[in-house]
Ligand binder design. Structure first.
Ligand code: PMP
Length: 455
């Protein structure tokens, strides 16, 4: 191995020149960076050759697993044929048009158009403008305000970070921008008090109605939420929540935006998360699983209700990215969707590996430091608790999550912690024995936390 590719050398080069996203560089300088060099199936390998089961599918995105040569081949073919052309000025490319057809085909006939972006954050900025343009075109230019949720995540651009409900993001850069309000999240374990989950779900949803009344219906353009709140801790709403939200949006004439960046493309055992919960979205940002992360691409799925106005009334929508519908990224996404269809991965999550994972994940609820273990399809949230009988949480939630996460990492499993919730989101191709391996390692992490005797 030549000098420059020596692993410790690479880590040093990285630290000297690379500012990491969501990274504390001073702390990283002390702890060091891991160099991930290779991936195969659900496994990744660092530059020292250590193998990890990736329980998080990269960043909730590698739905078909690592190392799929079909994608590399499709990308290579497209690179040789046409590496780039734009979709401005009335042009398109073959993979761009075919991808638009293929994605929209999975929306049950309701969302027949897509606007392409490069990421989930850009998708957020796109629907945010589109929602306002939609109402202005209908002669309601005051309908501009957007309601989102505390602890939601919608990206890191100015609109994305503003719509997200993360305090630590708002504190940097004078956010949120004007015209955005937040309501509570349907996080029963932490905020449900004495209410049953069903009653709490209704209460959390009705905060939307109160906020609309406060702002005035004529000033509100849209409500946005993730079907299952991901980065906020895999918060799975009670069953009563989404039907009530959908009712309110319908009756109050507010666009309902389902952020499908994590939930889309099979994660919940349906093509899109809103299909699992049985509600209809007017706009739906997507990214991640669209290409399984092999190349950056995202988009906004647009319902016929909104598309009609955009096409018939708006005319020019003065918005777009140089790489909107990039042909090579579109070719990667097309091949990814072909694999998901051909291997019936959505059905596999719904009928086979999802139920298997659900039972295994639920078994962790027996553990003394686990308050609740919930999952849908292949997304799971594990609530850590200091005293499960009273739903009492650890005094320093971050310390509890980090203890479990680090123990898992040392033992070859990548897991994520959001405060005192452990998050799982493995590739959709994970096998039963790999699920068993994952659960066993998490259990080891929980034993380790118990031994810490944290207050
Ligand atoms: N929305 C959701 C629900 C997300 O989870 C993310 C990314 N984690 C985004 C939007 C932003 O996507 P990106 O990082 O591709 O900009």
């Amino acid at each position: 191995m030549n000098q420059i590719h020596n692993p410790s050398n690479l880590a040093a080069i990285d630290l000297a020149h690379h500012l990491h996203p969501f990274g504390d560089m001073k702390q990283l300088g002390e702890k060091g960076v891991r160099v991930i060099a290779r991936g195969e199936g659900v496994y990744i390998y660092d530059s020292q050759g250590k193998k990890y089961l990736d329980g998080f599918a990269g960043l909730w995105c590698v739905n078909i697993g690592y190392g799929r040569r079909e994608i590399a081949d499709a990308v290579s073919r497209q690179m040789n044929e046409l590496p780039y052309y734009n979709s401005f000025f009335g042009t398109t490319t073959p993979p761009t048009a075919l991808l638009a057809q293929k994605i929209t085909a999975h929306t049950g006939g309701r969302m027949n158009h897509v606007f392409f972006t490069n990421s989930g954050s850009e998708a957020t900025d796109t629907w945010f403008r589109m929602a306002r343009v939609y109402w202005a075109a209908l002669g309601k230019p005051t309908k501009t305000h957007v309601i989102a949720r505390r602890n939601g995540y919608h990206g890191s651009t100015v609109a994305g970070a503003s719509l997200g409900g993360m305090k630590h993001m708002h504190e940097q850069g004078n956010l949120p921008i004007e015209g955005i309000s937040h309501i509570g999240q349907p996080y029963w374990y932490a905020e449900g008090g004495d209410l049953s989950p069903a009653d709490f779900g209704l209460k959390a949803a009705r905060e939307l109605e109160t906020k609309i009344d406060e702002l005035g219906e004529d000033n509100v353009a849209a409500f946005v939420a993730e079907p299952v709140q991901g980065a906020g801790g895999v918060i799975i709403p009670p069953d009563t929540y989404w039907p009530e939200i959908a009712r309110i949006c319908r009756e109050r004439n507010i666009l309902l935006v389902a952020d499908e960046v994590i939930c889309g493309f099979g994660r919940l055992g349906t093509w899109f998360g809103h299909q699992h919960f049985g509600f209809e979205a007017d706009l739906a940002p997507v990214a991640k699983g669209l290409s399984s992360g092999y190349l950056p691409i995202g988009g906004v799925l647009v319902s016929d209700r909104v598309a009609r106005v955009m096409i018939e009334e708006v005319g020019d929508f003065n918005h777009g990215y140089t790489y909107s519908g990039h042909p090579v990224c579109a070719a990667a996404a097309l091949e990814n969707l072909r694999i998901i269809e051909e291997e019936a991965l959505v059905e596999r999550v719904r009928d086979d590996i999802g139920p298997y994972f659900a039972a295994a994940w639920k078994s962790l609820e027996d553990h003394e430091v686990v308050g609740q273990a919930e999952s849908i399809g292949l997304i799971g949230g594990l609530q850590l608790a200091a005293d499960k009988s009273t739903r009492q949480r650890f005094a320093k939630p971050d310390d509890a999550g980090v203890a479990v996460r680090n123990h898992c990492l040392e033992n070859g499993l990548v897991m994520r912690a959001t405060a005192d919730r452990m998050l799982a989101s493995p590739a959709l191709i994970i096998t039963r024995s790999e699920v068993d391996q994952m659960i066993e390692t998490v259990r080891g992490g929980l034993d380790h936390l118990r031994e810490q005797r944290l207050p």
